[in-house]
Design a protein around this ligand. Sequence first.
Ligand SMILES: NC(=O)c1ccc[n+]([C@@H]2O[C@H](COP(=O)([O-])OP(=O)(O)OC[C@H]3O[C@@H](n4cnc5c(N)ncnc54)[C@H](O)[C@@H]3O)[C@@H](O)[C@H]2O)c1
Length: 340
Amino acid sequence: MAGKETVRVGLIGAGIMGEGHAAATFQDPRAKLVGVASLEGAEPLAKRFGAELATKDYREIIARKDIDLVLVATPDHLHYEICKAAIESGKHVLVEKPLTVDLGEADKLIEIVKRSGLKLMACFSHRWIPSYWATHERVAAGKIGRPVMAYARKNDRIWVPTKMLGWAAGTTPAWFLSSHDIDLVTWWMGDRATEVYATAVWGVLRGRGIETPDAVQAQVRFAKGGVATFESCWIYPDTFPSMTDSYIELIGESGVIHLDRKDEQLHVASEQAYEWPRIAIMPKIAGKQQGALTEVVQHMIACVRDDKEPLVTLESSRQVTAILDAIHRSIASGKPEKVL
Ligand SMILES: NC(=O)c1ccc[n+]([C@@H]2O[C@H](COP(=O)([O-])OP(=O)(O)OC[C@H]3O[C@@H](n4cnc5c(N)ncnc54)[C@H](O)[C@@H]3O)[C@@H](O)[C@H]2O)c1
């Protein structure tokens, strides 16, 4: 685009994240939300954010000639089909993490994107959380020396797979949670993963009719000798004060960084509950949505408008899918698996 035009945006998926994408677009003077497609919730969101089209059928967004950028915020396993259709009809894409949940699909999608000359970025919004960004800057500046070991855990209350997501059986805690940590740690390590050994535990969720592991633990080895452990769990009791317990440790040859995000500085005790609300991704400040998701959506709008390269590369998002692919192969085989 020329740099002065408005980026015309279509949103597919009007759930929890879709609402944040719509608000971030609405608040950006360089963009206009044209349409929303979603099996549920398209109409109220379109109305609230001034979009002229609301539909259940995502193909109506894809077919519109006047849309430049499609935001995809559907469940993980639907990303590939929708992104492929959007790129093939000439639209730039911002897709929620993970890029795809199948490595073959990631490769096909990347090939189509590269042939098209269009931009596609996976929405690894955590890179825009200040402490994670600050870690990147310090590691890149050599403050902790060469990273050699990382530990990352992301564990949700059982409410997430049983009540919040209607599609938990279509994914795993590793795809849903560790994808963020894998993106962050591989970004900081600046290295290529080679081998994975992973194990999983089933029981509580299976007992509730949701066929996905309760917990996954994975060890990842990198080409230059670094190692990382990724844990994800979906059965914390709902009494845990935060929806997500999140902790990362990064050890370099001459320094250590700890990122403790189980709370986000806010502890609230009321007559109903004691809680640590999540406020880093989509906080509302003075009536406006702020935080990491707003930043990442507006970054993509700027990239499309000003023809800049998105910060999260296709290669790095492919590596996240490749590591998760090896994790799930290792769980199935009970052996270490190469990262393809
Ligand atoms: N970046 C982050 O921090 C973050 C956090 C949570 C979730 N996510 C990711 O965001 C995506 C969406 O998650 P969510 O929590 O908003 O889920 P959600 O269940 O709240 O919303 C999904 C939406 O997709 C719609 N949908 C489903 N199938 C569709 C189809 N075929 N066509 C059109 N619409 C369809 C549903 O109607 C629903 O509105 C997932 O990929 C998830 O992993 C990212």
